[in-house]
Ligand binder design. Structure first.
Ligand code: AMP
Length: 192
């Protein structure tokens, strides 16, 4: 059982690296961003509500995403669960506390939070490029800047929370996808 949090600013490569990690370690991938975008695409009530925050670069309220993650954990087949990678969650200390609590009551725990460290200029360039390719409505300059501000002010304190638990590891998130994955694998191998 291996429960990981992949953490980093928007554009740091969490989704790309998650895809590689889940294949190598046979993990379940819970991405709050992906779940919310699916709700938006399906035009559900939750999707419309979430989009009113996402389109402005703001965080969706904690209770919504915490509930979504709890449902995902409970939907797993316990006998076949090799572990989970949490991608884009937790994004506030409140969410981190809720995650640790919901895992504890289910006899589970996080093993590690891995931060992908990328400087701001590179993040903006990556997100603008992604916006051209993927057409994601929140990958435009105004919303990108709002998301980076939210990250600095609301999400950054999550690292101190995991440092205190002695579960924090930072890796350089620049270079080729393979190079970054190699660094991540090394950190995981030191833990398991
Ligand atoms: P992402 O794909 O992880 O970059 O998420 C895209 C957007 O979805 C974010 O900018 C937030 O508006 C929203 N979102 C995703 N995960 C969370 C979360 N854990 N808490 C609050 N909002 C979230």
């Amino acid at each position: 059982m291996l429960n990981l949090i992949i953490y980093g600013a928007p554009g740091s490569g969490k989704g790309t690296q998650s895809d590689l990690i889940i294949k190598k370690y046979n993990l379940n991938h819970f991405s709050t961003g992906d779940i919310l975008r699916k709700e938006i695409a399906d035009n559900t009530e939750l999707g419309q509500y979430a989009n009113s925050f996402i389109s402005k670069g703001q965080l969706v309220p904690d209770d919504v995403v915490i509930g979504m993650i709890a449902n995902k954990i409970d939907s797993l087949d316990k006998d076949k669960n090799n572990g989970i990678i949490f991608d884009g969650f937790p994004r506030t200390v409140n969410q981190a506390v809720a995650l640790e609590e919901m895992l504890k009551v289910r006899n589970l725990k996080t093993d590690l939070l891995i931060e992908l460290i990328v400087e701001e200029e590179e993040l903006i360039n990556r997100l603008l490029l992604r916006g051209q390719i993927s057409g994601r409505s929140d990958d435009n300059l105004e919303t990108i800047k709002a998301r980076l501000d939210v990250y600095e002010n609301q999400t950054k304190p999550v690292t101190a929370y995991y440092e205190k638990l002695d579960k924090y590891k930072g890796v350089q998130g620049t270079g080729s996808i393979e190079e970054i994955f190699e660094r991540i694998t090394q950190v995981i191998e030191q833990t398991i």
